[in-house]
Design a binder for this molecule. Structure first.
Ligand SMILES: [Zn+2]
Length: 101
């Protein structure tokens, strides 16, 4: 087995374990223990802009210049939309992104 295939198999296994645990949680328990977040968290927009600009000007640590695939406005919008999600929605989104890796 190639190193990439081995790594993919390992990621799939971890993903399956995490998603199994997550989706096994009783919906009522989730509702009672984690209040649905209705307010969009207040953020320091100057700091947010600084972080995004810094990210776009830095080479990605993976060596593939991933930062070139994003536009400043796109990142501002995406981060704002993500913050507006409930905790459960954020968890599902992150699990979905891990699955795509
Ligand atoms: Zn990268």
């Amino acid at each position: 087995m190639t190193q990439a295939a081995c790594s993919e198999e390992r990621i799939n296994k971890v993903y399956q374990e995490i998603s199994k645990k997550y989706f096994e949680i009783d919906a009522t328990t989730l509702e009672n223990s984690t209040p649905v977040q209705t307010d969009i968290p207040v953020i320091n927009s100057n700091l947010e802009k600084k972080h995004i600009k810094q990210f776009l000007l830095s080479n990605c640590s993976c060596g593939h210049d991933c930062q070139l695939q994003f536009a400043y406005d796109e990142l501002i919008a995406a981060r704002s939309e993500f913050r507006a999600l409930s905790t459960q929605e954020k968890n599902c989104y992150i699990l979905g992104q891990l699955r795509l890796l």
